[in-house]
Design a protein around this ligand. Structure first.
Ligand code: SF4
Length: 331
């Protein structure tokens, strides 16, 4: 199987169904250094846009993946950082749309939408999901820790302008950090700004996996449910892990591979079973499963509409063979 550097999955995602991920920037190239980021610290925040990954190669990988299996629900342009830092993200979106009818989604922190060229680049995307995690400059600096040249009012104005210009769907992601930004008055400020942006939906999410920083924890599900009412229009609340999101990527890791193989030697699993079992993100697990498949270390079988992964070389019916007693996990 061909190795993929820029494309992973499809991974199960609660909001995007089966999502084929396209990773446009190297770990971790970002305009922010969010306190909750699971990719680790941003060594160098940057505003420099360039072709971090070759567009031709990205599109070749997307085409290969799409021809190899059932169509995903979305092709999701994201990355191990901020994808709008890729100077040719518009060419990537158009290139994908030229080879498939699968809708293209872009996950972005929204920090560069104040730039007309970035808004123009995203204009053709079927769905754009930018973030708004704070209601004022102070909270923005505390939670997202942006590049010093990014100003909160300018960033919010970029979101508003993009909404006016963009013909595709726009869902606004609001990530709440427990004990920091999940207070009612804080969220009321975010909701006030969201009202001015007028997204098609608001998605309230929280920290999915402890990023290993003291004091960073998930908002409680009941608190999030309660805060839903502050927002206008449709609001989705995802109090648990959000599978398939870029901020959940874990670095390539031999230890993670060993853990996954250990699990799959015992029983066949869907990617979300593995993610749940190892308390890892579906996106990170999807990437590792791709790499393990490329090495021939795991096999995949589609049953009941789900992809089941097994460690290669386990004889059927052996004592060490898979336990098929459980059905697929919900994703
Ligand atoms: S969570 Fe996203 S926007 Fe924030 S630092 Fe990590 S990659 Fe960048």
């Amino acid at each position: 199987m061909a190795r993929h550097r820029y494309v992973y999955g499809p991974v199960p995602s609660r909001r995007l169904g089966r999502s084929l991920g396209v990773d446009l920037v190297p770990l971790k190239t970002c305009t922010y250094d969010c306190v909750y980021c699971q990719l680790g610290r941003t060594a160098r925040r940057t505003l420099v846009r360039r072709e971090y990954a070759p567009v031709d190669e990205i599109l070749r990988e997307v085409a290969g993946k799409l021809s190899a299996g059932p169509a995903p629900d979305y092709v999701t342009v994201a990355g191990s950082g901020e994808p709008t830092l890729h100077s040719r993200i518009g060419d990537v979106i158009r290139g994908i749309q030229a080879i498939t009818k699968v809708p293209v989604a872009v996950l972005t922190n929204g920090s560069l939408l104040s730039r007309p060229e970035v808004r123009a680049a995203l204009a053709g995307a079927d769905l754009v999901i930018p973030s708004l995690d704070a209601g004022d400059e102070r909270a923005f600096r505390a939670v997202n820790r942006p590049h010093p040249r990014i100003r909160f009012p300018e960033m919010v104005e970029g979101l508003r302008t993009f909404r006016v210009e963009h013909r595709g769907a726009l869902w606004l992601e609001v990530l709440l950090v427990g004990g920091i930004t999940d207070r009612r008055e804080t969220v009321a400020k975010i909701a006030g700004l969201a009202k001015g942006i007028r997204p098609d939906r608001v998605q309230l999410v929280t920290v999915t996996r402890p990023p290993g920083r003291p004091g960073i924890r998930a908002a409680a599900p009941e608190v999030m449910e309660d805060l839903r009412a502050l927002f206008d229009g449709p609001v989705d609340v995802f109090a648990g892990p959000l599978a398939g999101e870029p901020a959940e990527t874990a670095p390539d890791d031999a230890a993670a591979d060993a853990e996954i193989l250990d699990l799959l030697r015992r029983r066949p699993c869907t990617a979300s079973d593995v993610a749940r079992g190892l308390r890892a993100s579906a996106l990170a697990v999807g990437k590792r499963l791709d790499a393990l498949r490329a090495r021939g270390a795991v096999t995949v079988t589609v049953r009941d509409g789900h992809s089941w992964f097994e460690a290669a070389g386990i004889p059927p019916g052996s004592d060490e063979g898979p336990d098929r007693s459980d059905g697929p996990a919900e994703t």
